[in-house]
Design a protein around this ligand. Structure first.
Ligand code: 3HC
Ligand code: NAI
Length: 705
């Protein structure tokens, strides 16, 4: 970077006796090397200029400082380091004030804590969210926060990654004053002048004492145990507690050194790579060709067709996004049930004290129930969520084509069906798109936006805008059986079935998958969702199944007994007396054994590692096919799908990132090894073979997209 560019990201200009240091590094004033250099230079300038009596640090644009520049992690370090910059700010002989009007996160809050005084404006957001990236505050935050706000509150802030508003930060002791308005320069100058007028001393956070160290250490003992239990398998939370302990036990500079050592350990951990990949990937998925090509159509009123599980959840999501919703059902009884499904969600919130009855009434005022399609002639966008049956859906879309105004976006929430075929029954296929929500739709973040052949770019852009309004994580998908997520899911569930028939119990498989970091294993998920759903799909597909493909019948045997999982008290597990946690069932093991015997399989042992190698190889291989066919735009879209919709452990970054970390040659070698037993199922995706041959990884495709 040229000197001029370096100079422009941090500007220092004297206003009277205060040197105003403005960080101008859009979009969020991250602390890249140029900003660090600029800050250091500004402090030196202040020291050298006799006319300067105080320094004011502010951020330009929306943020104070959003933290270290995350893109620099994993790159060679470039001096000055952020701890050095913070120490220099703190050591400044002239009073340093930070005025915070927006996000002051991670390194941003660390800069503010190194200043001598802090003022927050109403839109300020203060936090130490490094834990979400597999890190800990590494620029003195773990040592300064406990001195300002106390051990427990500081540890809580760092472990939760939560943001505090201006008043909460003031109550916690993180800031000295809350000012009104939105202009940090005005508020900061006023504060600085008051401090100078009052002869307020330079006050360094490092010099503050931690009260009652014995009690603090006892609290930290308890917190260490609690953290280990709650953040199972995560690396940085435990290190955060260690740093806070150092703040209590060690002199400041030794504490800083300890923090640095542990920060470097976190930085070098694969979890940091996975979590930072997830952070950027989630922001990349909205960058699609259609968004560049077209602007979204405006929308305010929408219709939801069907008030069942999904229709009700989608309605809640839309209402929460401030939209007007008309719900259409088949008859009076069904619409009454649909409305009840919606109200149940809000009543649940009221019962938990998270919503007032007045707020519910205000929200429901934007909801209109109806059994007549003629009532949706005015809406801008429709989301269909009726039964998963192509004929029913086609009939609905014919009705929509008849009543909807020109330019209305017509979306289907189908899980598997051919959206091109649904679009073809209308006279306006350019307006038809897939919006695949996940259950429960008002909670799950993922929204697969399925792009059929004839849809126009502005409809795709509208769908992404809707996702943003609903605070969903959108992923663009192409039309195929199951789109990105369910298509890949079908394949790795098949792998799980094969592993089961070959010798591992469903309980061993679930345990291995949980050990990898998933909240649940595949058989637990089947029991939770209801085994009957998959059974119906298998029966529907029986006629078209490749007769050469291996087919495991265990799940069918279980369903034939009426064991559909939690809702019937029995599935792969036993749920005695409505229990939500299942117990292993010897009768299920007997069924598995009988199926093995029928197929002549001699069961063998699988270690958890062997189970996961197969499970992941199946997932990655299908992921590669999905990318190769253009169903997913990039590998990162597959990653985000699984992180947001399928419980994939975030610290591993997603299946494709995981593959890169394991190494694609290893994944390919695994597939080739398994293919010796079943060449059809384990046939390596050509894309994977090509990448290995070229010495590339999946991430190289993210970059070229
Ligand atoms: N470094 C580099 N880029 C960053 C960044 C950071 N710290 N924070 C945000 N960005 C980028 C985003 O990638 C995005 O880029 P794009 O436009 O090219 O996609 C752009 O800034 C805008 O970000 P968002 O889309 O997230 O904008 P929002 O307005 O929704 O949110 C925010 C703003 C609340 C600041 C949010 O971006 C955020 O939470 N950022 C991360 C904060 C964080 O984790 N800080 C700690 C960093 S680690 C650290 O400081 C270590 C230190 O202790 C040593
Ligand atoms: P559901 O059976 O709970 O609800 C369907 C609703 O549609 C019923 O209330 C029914 O009365 C209504 N309906 C049927 N025909 C209608 C018509 N012609 N006009 C108006 N309403 C009509 O089903 P669910 O689970 O909500 O699924 C709906 C759609 O969402 C399906 O396409 C399904 O594949 C998809 N989906 C389901 C998920 C799930 O986990 N349940 C997840 C993602 C998508």
């Amino acid at each position: 970077m040229s000197n001029e560019a370096k100079a422009s990201v941090v500007r220092a200009a004297r206003q009277g006796r205060v040197l105003v240091v403005t960080i101008a590094n859009p979009p969020v004033n991250a602390l890249g090397v140029a900003v660090r250099q600029g800050l250091l230079a500004a402090v030196e300038q202040a020291e050298a200029d006799a006319a300067v009596q105080a320094v004011l640090i502010v951020g330009e644009g929306k943020a104070f400082i959003a933290g270290a520049d995350i893109r620099e992690f994993g790159q060679p370090a470039q001096p000055p380091s952020l701890p050095e910059v913070c120490n220099r700010i703190e050591a400044c002989g002239k009073t340093v004030v930070a005025a915070i009007h927006g996000p002051a996160l991670g390194g941003g809050l660390e800069v503010a804590m190194a200043a001598h005084y802090r003022v927050a404006l109403p839109a300020a957001k203060l936090g130490l969210p490094e834990v979400n990236l597999g890190l800990l505050p590494g620029a003195g935050g773990t040592q300064r926060a406990p001195r300002l706000m106390g051990v427990r509150a500081a540890a809580g802030l760092m472990l939760s990654g939560q943001h505090l508003g201006a008043h909460a930060a003031f109550d916690a002791g993180l800031v000295d004053r809350v000012a009104q308005g939105a202009d940090p320069v005005a508020a900061g100058l006023q504060y600085a002048e008051e401090l100078l007028a009052a002869n307020a001393p330079v006050r360094r956070t490092r010099d503050l004492a931690i009260a009652d160290k014995a009690a603090a250490l006892a609290e930290l003992d308890a917190l260490a145990l609690e953290t280990a239990k709650k953040t199972r398998g995560l690396f940085s939370p435990g290190k955060i507690v260690e740093c806070v302990r150092a703040a209590v036990e060690l002199p400041f500079d030794e504490g800083l050194a300890r923090e640095r050592a542990l920060f470097v350990q976190c930085l070098e951990s694969p979890q940091r790579q996975g979590l930072i990949h997830a952070f950027f990937a989630e922001r990349e998925t909205a960058k699609i060709p259609e968004a560049k090509a077209a602007a979204p159509r405006p929308f305010a009123a929408i219709a939801v067709i069907g008030g069942g599980t999904m229709g009700a959840g989608i309605t809640v999501s839309a209402l929460d996004a401030g939209l007007q919703v008309t719900m259409i059902e088949r008859d009076a009884e069904s619409i009454a049930r649909g409305q009840k499904n919606v109200e149940k969600v809000y009543d649940g919130l009221i019962a938990k004290g998270r919503m007032t009855p007045e707020a519910k009434a205000a929200t429901m005022a934007r909801y209109t129930p109806s059994t007549s399609y003629d009532d949706i002639a005015h809406v801008d966008l429709v989301i269909e969520a009726v039964f998963e049956d192509i004929e029913v859906k086609k009939a609905v879309f014919k009705e929509l084509d008849r009543v909807c105004k020109p330019g209305a976006v017509l979306a289907t929430n189908t899980s598997y069906l051919d959206i091109d075929a649904i679009a073809a029954v209308t006279g306006r296929p350019q307006d038809v798109i897939g919006l695949h929500f996940f259950s429960p739709a008002n909670i799950m973040k993922l929204l697969e936006i399925v792009v059929p052949a004839k849809v126009s770019a502005d409809v795709v852009a509208t769908a992404f805008e809707l996702a943003k309004r609903m605070k969903k994580v959108p992923v663009r998908a192409g039309v195929c059986d199951g789109f990105i997520g369910n298509r890949i899911l079908a394949v790795y569930k098949q792998a799980a079935d094969y592993i089961m028939e070959d010798g591992a119990s469903p309980y061993e498989i679930d345990e291995a998958v949980r050990g990898f970091g998933y909240p649940m294993g595949p058989f637990q998920v089947t029991d939770l969702a209801g085994g009957d759903i998959g059974w119906a799909t298998r029966k529907r597909r029986a006629a078209t199944r490749d007769p050469k493909a291996r087919y495991v019948e265990v799940a069918d045997r279980i369903c034939e007994r009426g064991w559909f999982g939690q809702k019937t008290g029995r599935g792969f597990y036993l749920y005695a007396n409505g229990a939500r946690t299942g117990m292993p069932d010897p009768e299920v093991l007997a069924i598995v054994q009988a199926e093995r015997a029928k197929k002549g399989v001699t069961p063998r042992k699988f270690t958890p590692e062997e189970i996961m190698r197969r499970y992941m190889a199946a997932m990655i291989n299908e992921g590669a096919k999905v990318v190769e066919e253009g169903i997913a735009l990039r590998p990162l879209d597959v990653d985000v799908t699984f992180l947001s919709g399928y419980g994939f452990p975030r610290h591993r970054g997603g299946p494709m990132k995981h593959a890169d970390m394991v190494g694609l040659p290893q994944v390919l070698a695994d597939l080739r090894e398994f293919a010796q037993e079943d060449p059809l199922f384990w046939k390596p995706a050509p894309l994977l073979e090509k990448l290995v041959a070229e010495g590339r990884n999946f991430d190289s495709l993210n970059k070229t997209a």
